[in-house]
Design a protein around this ligand. Structure first.
Ligand SMILES: [Zn+2]
Length: 158
């Protein structure tokens, strides 16, 4: 599975024009970015981000300027395989508006325990560093989008 590189400050994506790596800083995700090398526009990330360390997860959630939709999943879970392509659609359609992050709870069992994930797939929405919604079970991309948007708006208006 293709994955997105990241560091302490942001997501590392190749420029579509020159191939040079650009950093999309977590705290300005969704803002227009131009390649530091050739000045071509660098599009917002349109794929899910797979995290492999709890520290990366914490950093993204704490700093992201966009709402973060988290998918807690595991390789052996059938419904997780059903929801995976739906999340890819969400990531593509909501590029620059939401960030989709995948957490393998077998690999990152400490995160699963910390957030008390009892069944998978579980989806959660984080905004401004805190969890604002959670739902378990597979659902369609359209349902995920509507649910995440509603949660984000409710949190913004609160
Ligand atoms: Zn470039």
């Amino acid at each position: 599975m293709a994955n997105v590189d990241l560091d302490d400050r942001g997501l590392l994506v190749p420029c579509g024009a020159c191939g040079k790596t650009n950093r999309l800083a977590y705290d300005t995700l969704g803002a227009a970015v131009r390649c530091g090398h050739c000045k071509a526009p660098v599009p917002a990330l349109g794929v899910p981000v797979e995290v492999h360390q709890a520290a990366d997860f914490d950093r993204i959630v704490a700093k992201s300027s966009l709402p973060v939709v988290v998918d807690y999943w595991a390789p052996w879970c059938g419904p997780c395989r059903m929801v995976a392509p739906e999340l890819e659609k969400v990531a593509t359609r909501q590029a620059g508006r939401m960030l989709v992050v995948k957490v393998n709870t077998d690999e990152l069992s400490d995160l699963g325990q910390r957030f008390n994930i009892r069944s998978i797939p579980t989806l959660a929405v984080f905004a401004n560093g805190r969890e604002i919604a959670r739902a378990s079970g597979a659902r369609s991309a359209a349902d995920i989008e509507a649910w995440a948007e509603q949660a984000t708006q409710a949190a913004t208006n609160a």
